[in-house]
Design a binder for this molecule. Sequence first.
Ligand code: A2P
Length: 255
Amino acid sequence: MYQETVLNTQHYTDSLFSFSTTRPEAFRFRSGEFIMLGLKDEETGKPLLRAYSIASAAWEEELSFFSIKVPNGPLTSRLQNITAGDQIILSKKPTGTLVLDALTPAKTLYLVSTGTGIAPFASLVRDPDLYERFERIVLTHSCRTVAELDYGKALVQDLYSNEFLGELAQQQLIHYTSTTREPSQRNGRITDLIESGQVFADLGLPPLSPENDRVMICGSKAMLNDTKALCEAAGMVEGSLSKPGDFVIERAFVD
Ligand code: A2P
């Protein structure tokens, strides 16, 4: 295990926050991977760990993470109180299926997320390789409320003005947001917006197809199942690192 120092924390809503930490010099990861992260149990001294996507880019000096605050959650009820200078524990081996090598080539890549499911895509959209492999990337983020979209909005704004990636991102990356429990510019679950064809009408793109599109999915168990069903209904096949395919799912965060 690595023991790293918290550098920064930011709170978005009562239930969402992000934090950054120092990065071990030898630590390498692929954009989209996750690690086990946590704190030492105050009584037993044993590590209390959960799977966390790495939200920072592979080229950044720091590591960053995006977390929910689970009411009475054993880890996040403590983790939400961390401040600069505190220590956290990280596992040494990153892993995960939301990686570019698990997909075969195509024109458009949909990164479909709900809630903190945007975290692995925060890393991927800052990977220059993404812009070489796909002509167009559609980052969808659906949350209950408008305030829960703030993390993703700041991420994309920051990327559009990035010195090195800004121009590519402006040309190739589309940020598509919706809310489900508060009115906003676009309302409804992403699954319903896909099923009704609204997403494709809004973007002027053809419906999902294995010929043109690839999909990465990150969200709750029900969201993964429903989005997977839509991909399969479009004739897409699930991929993995050993057998790249049309869509991939991260199951590490669901019970
Ligand atoms: P909804 O408000 O209709 O439940 P959560 O915080 O529960 O993980 O939800 C995050 C977002 O994911 C919410 O906008 C929620 O919509 C949506 N969501 C929940 N279940 C599904 C599902 N099965 N398919 C698509 N979106 C879902």
